[in-house]
Design a protein around this ligand. Sequence first.
Ligand SMILES: Nc1nc2c(ncn2[C@@H]2O[C@H](COP(=O)(O)OP(=O)(O)OP(=O)(O)O)[C@@H](O)[C@H]2O)c(=O)[nH]1
Length: 420
Amino acid sequence: MSFFKKLKSRLTRSSSKLEQGLEDIVAENASSEDEVAETPEPSAPATPAETSPEAAPRSRAEPGPEPEPEPRHDETINLPDPTPPAPGYVPAPVTEPVEEEHAQIAKAPLDVEPAPERPNPEPKKPSLLGRIFGGGEAKPAEPRRVLDDEMLESLEELLIASDMGVDTALRVSANLAEGRMGRKLSVSEIKGLLAQEVARIMEPVAKPLPLYPKKPQVVLVVGVNGSGKTTTIGKLASQFRAAGKQVVIAAGDTFRAAAVEQLQVWGDRAGVPVLTAPEGSDPASLAYDAMKKAEAEGADLLMIDTAGRLQNRADLMEELAKIVRVIRKVDETAPHNTLLVLDATTGQNALQQVDVFRKISNVSGLVMTKLDGTAKGGVLVALADKFGLPIHAIGVGEQLDDLAPFDPEEFAQALVGLED
Ligand SMILES: Nc1nc2c(ncn2[C@@H]2O[C@H](COP(=O)(O)OP(=O)(O)OP(=O)(O)O)[C@@H](O)[C@H]2O)c(=O)[nH]1
């Protein structure tokens, strides 16, 4: 089974929640069959501008002037470029190209016959929507509803309820409504537009874990207890091993014997050595030994598990800082990645975790686990929109192959329940 199929089948709780909500919204004030027949053929919209909710007043039937693009924080390094790691993030303002939609509207005054409202100001069919609508063929039987303020408000509420967060939900709805107020939309059309918006937000953050020529590349794995750190380390170790990399794991959560045992099980499964230390011993000292061992063995990757006790933030901060200090005695550029593992089922709480862990460690990228079986998959969109941190991988289960690089388009389609 392809990862997309798996993702889609496992994101059903998120997608069916959205789907049901959309059906309810459209059904609430759906057009009659006759009206539907008059409805112009829907076609793929041009990519809307990076628009803040404020920049797109709801009742506006035509898009206004191009709003200022929002700056995003992007990492400069990405695979397959094997350059050394950047210590932090370089804010890279994203400049959206001038929209064709706007360009065409700008030409409108030249039209001699102004009367009929152009049903479709968007000339282009992006491949995503082309695929969704089967080359633009409409589904005539599908009910449609005129996009008005009330419907837009319901959409916003639905997106907020799917854990996208208020700001992101407003932005996504505003972009979706841009130039479409007063038009009749069906559920599949809204889904297609939503998928397009979500993919656009996620695109800049979809970056696989960068690999560097530096040996060993040190990956510090942080996150609250139970977020899936151990499992993610196991899955990553196994995948890197399969790709011919030599991997060493350090069981840095020395406070929980169960965590160490679990990591050993994953290490055995992946065929990767796991360095452990007695319960309650200093994790920094273990990390140092692991650095030395990985270096001596010429390992490509050293993955260091850490404790996730957020109850005592000061202690955890000191513990992580000490691990970093100590491994820098061996390699002053380490750690090369600090992966924050987040549990999708925690919904909006994941946003707070990013906030906290960014304060106590130099988080360089995210892995989102447990996207299977949750109706809160939308939180990933909020995370991307709010922090712009690279999302390296997502987990959709407990098996070795249930972790895959993050693909924004696949995720967007799976989230809204669209077919491949
Ligand atoms: N369904 C599902 N379960 C997962 C996923 N990733 C991890 N888990 C499960 O979540 C639970 C916690 O995962 P761990 O890897 O132990 O989490 P941890 O962050 O290491 O937790 P501590 O060891 O307590 O610090 C385990 O039962 C995992 O099997 C996932 O993508 N999907």
